[in-house]
Design a protein around this ligand. Structure first.
Ligand SMILES: [Zn+2]
Length: 311
């Protein structure tokens, strides 16, 4: 067996693109779970946490979120209800959750679902937390989400990166015209991460990886491509969100897609800002691109994911 990348009290439940990975940090002082997946997968998340690789029948002390997008907080309410444990979120997002600002949090605005939960603690950047007998420094990681945090353990050189850095890229960012600060922040966050001592990254999606330098290079190259072409940023955001909606809803009726693009805020607003096309043309354009990329297919009047993922 390959030597483990992690100390024994740290376990990563690698999930899929609908549910972000869950990081369990076990300790006699109380177990902590970082990120809880998407709401539709909440029963599976509960089962994983209570499994042998999880905490079995023991209590959970805290839920912590890297950021409050739907695929990271979807199990918060169900897990907090089961364990009676408090929830900590990044300080910049706490008021958005308290107001349940579904546009700022990109829930109904992107046709995503989430179960409302209560914030018990707001975590500020540059604060230190002991979870799983390890000291974690919370660092601001704006870009994909302007309030996001990453957590760094200097001793084991582990980074819990959320959607700020993946092995191949990072979570979609807003175009300049929507948020002028987003892309510069994504670049600054990657530059900040390249100055940290990191042996292994636990990303929000995908397997943990150790080629940190390579991942940072790929991510910075993507930022540069985005900086050169705002329309590409906008198209990417829409494609990612449409693929996500298909993973969530399994299939969408093709005949309804123009109305869907008019109805769902993100598509409607981006079309008005960037594309200025009849909704049916924009739908056709994006679906065509996703089909050619092998992400979606048309099946008897339905748009379906080309590679449906389970779990
Ligand atoms: Zn995200």
């Amino acid at each position: 067996m390959a030597p483990s990348l992690f100390p024994p009290q740290l376990h990563v439940f690698v999930r899929d693109w609908l549910s972000a990975n869950n990081v369990l940090l076990r300790s006699a002082d109380g177990h902590v779970l970082i990120d809880t997946g998407y709401v539709r997968h909440a029963p599976l998340t509960l089962a994983l946490v209570a499994s042998e690789r999880g905490i079995g029948a023991a209590p959970l002390a805290w839920i912590v979120n890297t950021h409050c997008h739907s695929d990271h907080i979807g199990g918060n309410a169900a897990i907090a209800a089961k364990y009676g444990c408090p929830i900590a979120v990044p300080a910049r997002e706490a008021p958005l959750v308290e107001q349940w600002d579904q546009k700022a949090l990109l829930y109904d605005y992107c046709d995503q679902r989430a179960e409302r939960f209560t914030v018990d603690q707001a975590i500020g950047p540059d604060t230190t937390h002991v979870w799983g007998d390890l000291e974690w420094r919370a660092l601001a990681a704006p870009g994909h989400d302007m309030g996001a945090l990453v957590f760094h353990n200097a001793e084991q050189r582990i980074l819990i990166s959320g959607d700020a850095l993946w092995e191949n890229g990072f979570g979609f960012v807003m175009p300049m015209e929507v948020d002028a600060a987003a892309l510069p922040a994504a670049r600054a966050t990657l530059e900040m991460l390249s100055n940290l001592d990191i042996r292994v990254v636990i990303p929000g999606h995908g397997e943990p990886f150790t080629d940190v330098k390579g991942a940072l290079e790929r991510a910075l190259a993507r930022v540069a491509a985005f900086e050169a072409d705002s329309l590409r940023v906008a198209r990417h955001a829409l494609k990612v969100n449409l693929t996500f909606a298909l993973l969530d809803q399994r299939r969408l009726p093709l005949a309804d897609m123009p109305a869907y693009f008019d109805r769902v805020g993100l598509y409607h607003d981006f079309n008005a800002l960037f594309f200025r096309l009849p909704a049916s043309d924009l739908a056709g354009l994006l679906i065509g691109k996703l089909e050619r990329a092998g992400a979606v297919k048309r099946e008897a009047g339905w748009l379906v994911p080309a590679n449906p993922t389970a779990g």
